[in-house]
Design a protein around this ligand. Sequence first.
Ligand SMILES: [Zn+2]
Length: 95
Amino acid sequence: MSLDDVISELRRRGHGLIVVDGTLRHIGPPLADDDPMRTGIEAHRTLLTELFTFAPGGRCEEAACYRLRVPGGAHCPDHRQPRDAMTEPRPARVP
Ligand SMILES: [Zn+2]
């Protein structure tokens, strides 16, 4: 099941996904253990978690990418641009 299939199936059934304390949660009638949507959600859990996470700082500027930005950057880790690295906070030095 592709990511688009999961989203379409959620919409078709009227189910939803939310992120609570960084964990993806399904909203709707419980899914059977052998429900293909359960497998689909598990297969795309990382991306779905990013997709349903509140992102007041915006999302990756790459076209059609919904991933969260790296801290201080304008792109996700997959589309990281050189200028993102320049704006990222540097780790504190240990004396
Ligand atoms: Zn991206």
